[in-house]
Design a protein around this ligand. Structure first.
Ligand code: GLN
Length: 488
């Protein structure tokens, strides 16, 4: 393979070449750094690129591989969303508040990937504190969609999605609080998995809404998604919400066969105002799974679905307002200078350190939690959250997985929704319910509209990742979408 196309490889393809000594991690890493150099001006997927550090890790991986050691991710160059703490490496959350923040510790997922011999190419751009659906809320710059440079990549993991789509990383890790892995994956034509809440440790993930946040892989195909999940999943005593699960080899679920699987299509996910061409692409994908032998019920109903968005925009800002209280300029992060006293210092620090969307969320959250409104908003939202979860539980007694669109539209234009937060929030309707209920969801590419990718979403019961992988893999293998690359 010529070194100018090495960056197009998936992780499992790269691992095969590395294992067969047909390339080295050093050569592979150099190819990615060259690729970043070549396209980053147009895509802007990285906040930080780690040239020297990556080359050092690559040489170390090569020594490991030469000794016959290492696993499927050893020596494979990847990216991390910039809300995952990296010891000694600036971690910004794409916020002025943390612009110069150098964490003294690794997130558990970072630690695990380090142990697996991964090469860290750098940190991916995102919406500030993961609040947004377009990556335009980054305090530094917007990321561009590799399939249409005047379009958004989705968000908040827009940097990771764009980096993988543009082959600026073999894979990346994102975080998903209301859709931030799956929606940008759909809009950039890559595979994005939000695991079950508790399956992947959140230790070292800079908190947005702690009862919803999950870390997951963003990859070029489903096989890589399973391989990366193998590496990052598992119990962690450092995260009290981490589930004491048995280790699972998710690659065992990669069988191109859905015969006999019971799949449901919840009609509420085909929302009013949805792009009919997106509907058509998703329906074609559903028909194709039916042709492959799955039994598909198109009449499934989850009547509480329309309330999920409202519930989310009470619970997520409430938790965010508490989580973000720590940014007061005292212990770490940005600090406003030239202030009279500590109160003014905190006020100015938060005024200058946070962007408009983060402030909007903090205000929404403190309002919903305040005495007099708590019962009417926060408490009621928690009750509806329980109803949404129960509804999923009942439906998963009858179906192995649910099929739905990931996003009601393809990538929209940069700037198009920035003045209308409501419109921006509405782009999360199909992804938010899974976070509310804590269930897993995966987005796989299922077609194009006007040259822009469409995503099929597969939802499963708690810890039902195997069913998701089986459906997603069978679908992927029967089509060519995953092997298409944008023209850059
Ligand atoms: N777009 C949603 C929001 O703005 C979800 C973000 C996320 O999943 N981190 O809150």
């Amino acid at each position: 393979m010529s070194s100018d196309s090495l960056h197009n490889l998936t992780a499992h393809e790269a691992a095969n070449l590395l294992g067969a000594r047909q390339t080295s991690s050093e050569e592979l890493t150099r190819a990615y750094l060259d690729r970043i150099q070549a396209v980053e001006d147009e895509v802007k997927a990285y906040v930080t690129v780690l040239d020297a550090g990556a080359m050092e890790q690559a040489r170390q991986a090569d020594r490991q591989l030469a000794a016959g050691e290492g696993g499927p991710l050893t020596g494979v160059p990847m990216q991390l969303k910039d809300n995952l703490t990296t010891s000694g490496v600036v971690t910004t959350c794409s916020s002025r508040m943390l612009k110069d923040f150098v964490p003294p510790y690794d997130a558990t997922v970072v630690d695990r990937l380090r142990g697996a011999g991964a090469v860290f190419l750098g940190k991916g751009n995102m919406d500030e504190f993961a609040m947004g659906s377009s990556t335009e809320n980054s305090a530094f710059f917007a990321t561009h969609n590799p399939w249409g440079l005047d379009k958004v990549p989705g968000g908040s993991s827009g940097g990771p999605a764009a980096a993988v789509a543009a082959s600026e990383a073999t894979y990346s890790l994102g975080s998903d609080t209301g859709g931030s892995i799956r929606q940008p994956a759909a809009l950039c034509g890559v595979v994005g998995l939000k695991p079950t809440y508790g399956l992947v440790s959140r230790y070292g993930l800079i908190a947005f809404a702690s009862s919803l946040d999950q870390i997951g892989p963003m990859t070029k195909d489903v096989t890589d998604s399973a391989l990366v999940l193998n590496a990052i999943a598992g119990h962690d005593p450092m995260d009290s919400t981490s589930a004491p699960q048995q280790a699972t080899d998710y690659t065992e679920a990669l069988v191109p066969d859905v015969k006999g699987m019971r799949l449901g299509v919840p009609k509420e996910y085909f929302v009013e105002g949805m792009d009919h061409r997106v509907t058509a692409a998703v329906e074609a994908a559903i028909a194709s799974l039916e042709d492959m032998g799955a039994s598909v019920d198109r009449e499934v109903s989850l009547p509480t679905t329309p309330y999920a968005l409202a519930v989310y925009y009470i619970i997520a800002p409430s938790e965010a307002s508490a989580n973000l209280a720590r940014y007061d300029g005292v212990k770490f992060g940005y600090r406003a200078e030239d202030t009279q006293d500590i109160w003014e210092a905190m006020e100015h620090t938060r005024q200058q350190g946070f962007g408009a969307e983060v402030k909007r969320r903090i205000m929404l959250g403190t309002y919903a939690l305040s005495a007099g409104y708590y019962d009417a908003y926060y408490l009621r939202a928690q009750k509806v959250r329980t109803l949404i979860s129960q509804e999923f539980e009942q439906v998963f007694e009858r179906y192995d997985a649910l099929l739905a669109p990931t996003s009601p539209s393809v990538a929209f234009g940069l700037g198009e929704k920035m003045d209308d937060p409501m419109q921006m929030y509405l782009s999360d309707v199909c992804t938010i319910p899974a976070n509310i209920a804590g269930i897993p969801g995966i987005s796989v590419p299922c077609g194009f509209v006007d040259g822009l990718p469409v995503g099929l979403q597969v939802l499963g019961p708690h810890f039902g990742e195997q069913a998701l992988f089986r459906v997603a893999y069978a679908y992927e293998q029967a089509h060519e979408w995953h092997s298409m690359r944008p023209n850059l």
